[in-house]
Design a protein around this ligand. Structure first.
Ligand code: FAD
Length: 335
């Protein structure tokens, strides 16, 4: 059984920042996350998209924000238990005990749940060939634009991800066709305008209302058969990649059974980010309270509140208020 002062469940952006604050308070902590790398949704779903609403960054790639968060927390020697999911949470005496999907048991005096949208997986469209070619030309996220270099890409979807990636890959892919099953797009109006302009200029092709009939190939995807869903008319497209961006499914996963007060699958917290279990705090996309918005910047603020309260819970000798980090800084700005 391995012990730290605090356990942070979820190493997404908000969990990482919560860990940083726990470290600033001089406490030990570990992250637990089933994904192979830290960063949550930013690493898994949109590493190469720009984020425009993080204070102080006019624009920042999601992957660069994660890199900065990992670097910021590094001096506090975090333990990363990646590739394992927190399965149970129990209290024994004054210690919390968390068991994981790898059979590990970790203890801590306080716990911060920053599990985001819970376990998330891409929404599949159920077309024949989709499963067979997953990892062989069928993608559910763009991990690196380079993967699409010089390829003929079919993009499926009508939301922001699909529209943004169609535009974003214009300088990378050889040919882009975007299909959506409805004539209207759910993406931001300005992006849709830009997409339709690119279509009119012949830089990519947009087809609606079209769906995927089947995906074919050999060792790799070679062809997608699409159909107009009103006339059933089929079109064969020679493609090297099918990028399915139809949203993702989220499940709370095991933490639904931890006895935390929930509302609509989110953890209810008070203004100190305390959950219904004393000593368990929560922050980020996983929480709900009046006025909550699922934004990274808000999650950072919640992480600071959750971490400082968790630190004071774990070590009652600590005050909740951390003071100003600038007073602790050893480096002075150059004159
Ligand atoms: C395409 C896209 C674009 C976006 N653009 C923006 C934007 O421009 N600006 C903005 O503010 N927000 C944006 N968001 C939302 C933003 O990504 C989220 O608000 C943010 O990721 C929330 O961070 P989090 O750490 O709370 O959760 P997450 O990023 O979801 O991380 C939670 C982590 O917890 C882990 N976890 C889940 N269950 C368990 C468990 N049982 N045990 C251990 N770990 C667990 C998950 O694996 C995950 O790594 C966007 C989201 C998407 C999908």
């Amino acid at each position: 059984m391995e012990h730290t002062d605090v356990i942070v469940i979820g190493a997404g952006p908000v969990g990482l920042f919560a860990g940083f604050y726990v470290g600033m308070r001089g406490l030990s902590f570990r992250f637990i996350d089933p994904l192979p790398e830290p960063g949550g949704q930013l690493s898994a779903l949109y590493p190469e998209k720009y984020i425009y609403d993080v204070a102080g960054f006019p624009k920042v790639y999601a992957k660069d924000l994660v890199k900065g968060l990992v670097e910021q927390v590094a001096p506090f020697n975090p333990i990363y238990n990646l590739g394992e999911r927190a399965e149970t949470l129990e209290k024994e005496g004054d210690l919390f005990k968390v068991t994981t999907s790898l059979g590990n048991t970790f203890t801590a005096k306080a716990v911060i749940v920053a599990a985001g949208v819970g376990a998330f997986e891409p929404r599949r469209i159920g077309a024949p060939g989709e499963q067979e070619f997953e990892g062989k030309g069928v993608y559910y996220a763009v991990k690196s634009k380079a993967e699409f270099q010089g390829k003929r890409v079919l993009i499926v979807g009508g939301g922001d991800s699909a529209v943004d990636w169609a535009l974003n890959l214009l300088d990378t892919a050889r040919e882009i066709t975007l299909i959506h099953r409805r004539p209207q797009f759910r993406a931001h109006e300005a992006s849709v305008k830009e997409l339709l302009k690119a279509h009119e200029e012949g830089r990519l092709k947009v087809l609606t209302p079209y769906e995927v009939r089947r995906i074919e190939g050999d060792a790799w995807v070679r062809k997608a058969v699409i159909f107009q869903n009103q006339t059933q008319e089929e079109v064969e497209l020679e493609v090297d990649a099918v990028l399915i961006l139809a949203g993702y499914l989220t499940k709370l996963g095991p933490l639904a059974n931890w006895g935390l007060a929930l509302e609509k699958n989110k953890i209810k917290v008070d203004t100190t980010m305390a959950t219904s279990i004393p000593g368990v705090y929560a922050c980020g996309d996983i929480v709900t309270y009046p006025g909550k918005l699922p934004l990274i910047v808000l999650g950072f603020g919640e992480a600071a509140i959750a971490a400082n309260h968790a630190a004071a819970y774990a070590n009652p000798a600590l005050k909740v208020n951390p003071g100003h980090s600038s007073e602790k800084a050893e480096e002075k700005a150059p004159a």
